[in-house]
Design a protein around this ligand. Structure first.
Ligand SMILES: NC(=O)c1ccc[n+]([C@@H]2O[C@H](COP(=O)([O-])OP(=O)(O)OC[C@H]3O[C@@H](n4cnc5c(N)ncnc54)[C@H](OP(=O)(O)O)[C@@H]3O)[C@@H](O)[C@H]2O)c1
Length: 500
């Protein structure tokens, strides 16, 4: 992806890089925050090791200068290897996508393991980013879990720095996409009483600056907790109103006595690209004021944080210039059953539909056209069918089809395209997508471009694979099979037509 000249957030940071500090480990590097932190550390001359759970060739493509350690925080042996020779570790592990029931126990187990491995490997520091919230009040389970993780990490022998943030505004952040799509997609904004809770949003660039800043101020920040926030304290209602002003969308705001956040969060999952697993966890915290209780960090790392309006404008301009570097949808638990890759399935899928056509177009043009599918480009004449299927999925609290894409032109492995995730990408040859919707089985969609053996033309093919789960899986396949002729023939024809 092309990165603009202002890409690095820390160029005006008032602290001095300490590259001699030693190796810096970034956990959660495939996630929203970690993915933005790594390039900043590299730019400041640090020796960076990223910890990821799956072997991911795209990591080295993105950051050729990093060391990659494959480790799962739930597996202490792999953690021990990943932490060997590390000076400071950023702890950015979060299992939100496992859903509300599972993430708390997974997160605490990961933190306990991490603390233990860090002590054994003699790390000098841990830096953790968690959530704001008054510990004296009754906090949501999500905020409580963030604080428990901090307490766990800070109780060890390795000095830990805890940065506490409320919602983070930036292109690709889940909170920003929820607010934006609520304003865009609701003709009337119903304002529940808890929308008047106070929040101190912070721009993603300021979060990254603080994360790097505390690394560079070890004496003042090791072993301490700091609240970080932007320059505005706003209610959620005000945040929605400001966004609608900036987007020039006029919406009536009407008070609504709905106290249950769950219902609202569920509705938000139907109206925004963010699925219920995330809206539920994030919006549950809307009952709690999340504002900074101390501003100590401003004296240690002094810079002007960005107002909410400006962070929205920056996020919008990044989207408009198609320059979103990480997105909430980037990380998906590899342990999740939907993350099983085609070449890892116990047996090759039994069900397959294949459609192909001969074309004189160049492989590079065909491939560029394939990589633009979904998102704003859509799924051509079968758009409506996909949408209906996606709505059914969202009702069942699945990912739906509206997740969109990080970038409309470029793709990397693990990117989301609506309800698919990129599993394999071979330039001018193959794009393999894995379905993440709820279905009685597993599905993949493969596009291939191969030279024709009898002419200078190319064969453009689409293959749908389905590994059925029992009787309902078979029914599912046979019910949808009659639509394949229309959907897949149209898909390759439109891709070919758009290969300009
Ligand atoms: N994003 C926000 O708006 C926001 C706001 C306030 C605070 N924060 C805090 O910032 C931190 C990072 O958040 P984020 O938004 O970047 O999260 P994220 O995008 O969901 O990424 C989470 C990361 O954790 C990794 N992970 C999960 N379980 C793991 C395990 N068992 N072993 C190793 N890695 C594991 C994931 O790796 P895989 O790719 O392998 O799944 C992923 O890279 C969290 O503590 C969060 O509370 C975030």
């Amino acid at each position: 992806m092309q990165q603009d000249a202002n890409y690095h957030f820390c160029r005006d940071l008032p602290t001095t890089p300490l590259p001699e500090a030693g190796r810096i480990l970034v956990t959660g590097a495939t996630g929203y925050i970690g993915g933005r932190l790594v390039p900043e550390l590299l730019e400041r001359g640090y020796r960076v090791r990223v910890m990821v759970r799956g072997i991911a060739p795209e990591i080295l493509e993105r950051w050729p200068d990093v060391e990659v350690a494959i480790a799962d925080a739930l597996d202490i042996d792999s953690l021990m290897r990943a932490l060997e020779g590390v000076h400071t570790a950023y702890y950015l592990i979060h299992s939100l996508l496992l859903g509300q029931k599972k993430f708390e126990s997974a997160d605490i187990e990961a933190a306990i393991n991490f603390k233990e491995a860090a002590e054994k490997q003699g790390l000098k520091r841990i830096i953790y980013l968690g959530g704001l919230g008054d510990v004296q009040s009754e906090l949501s389970s999500h905020l409580k879990s963030r604080i428990t993780i901090a307490q766990e990490l800070m109780s060890g022998r390795v000095p830990a720095t805890f940065l506490r943030a409320a919602i983070i505004i930036g292109s690709g952040s889940a909170s920003y996409e929820i607010i934006k799509h609520l304003v865009r997609n609701c003709p009337v904004i119903l304002v529940p009483p808890w929308a008047r809770t106070k929040c101190q949003p912070i721009a993603i660039r300021d979060v990254i600056k603080y994360l790097v800043g505390v690394l560079e101020k070890p004496e003042e920040t090791a072993g301490r907790s700091f609240d970080i926030g932007g320059s505005d304290i706003l209610t959620y209602e005000m945040m929605l109103k400001i966004l609608s002003e900036i987007h020039l969308i006029k919406r009536p705001f009407i008070s609504f006595p709905l106290k249950t956040v769950k219902l609202y969060a569920y509705a938000a999952s139907l109206l925004t690209p963010v699925p219920a697993a995330i809206t539920m966890c994030l919006m549950e915290s809307c009952h709690n004021d999340v504002i900074c209780q101390n501003d100590d960090i401003r004296r240690i790392i002094p810079f002007q944080t960005m107002p909410y309006r400006e962070s929205l404008v920056r996020a919008m301009s990044r989207e408009e210039s198609d320059n979103v570097s990480t997105r909430w949808s980037d990380s998906y638990p590899p342990a999740h059953e939907l993350a099983i890759k085609l070449n890892e399935a116990e047996s090759f899928p039994l069900y397959r539909s294949s459609y192909s056509m001969l074309t004189a177009k160049k492989a590079s043009l065909l491939f560029a056209s394939i990589t633009r599918i979904g998102g704003k480009e859509g799924w051509f004449r079968s758009n409506l069918l996909w949408r209906i299927r996606g709505w059914c999925d969202r009702i069942l609290m699945g990912v739906g089809v509206s997740r969109g894409r990080r970038s409309s032109n470029t793709l990397r492995i693990n990117d989301v395209i609506d309800f698919w995730r990129v599993e394999d990408l071979k330039e001018n040859e193959r794009l393999l997508l894995r379905a993440e919707m709820k279905m009685p089985g597993r599905a993949w969609l493969e596009f291939t471009i191969t030279p024709d053996t009898k002419s200078p033309a190319h064969v453009l093919s689409v293959n749908a694979y389905f590994q059925s789960r029992g009787f309902w899986g078979q029914m599912y396949w046979y019910i949808f099979m009659p639509f394949h002729v229309f959907i897949f023939n149209d898909l390759i024809q439109q891709i070919e037509k758009r290969s300009l």
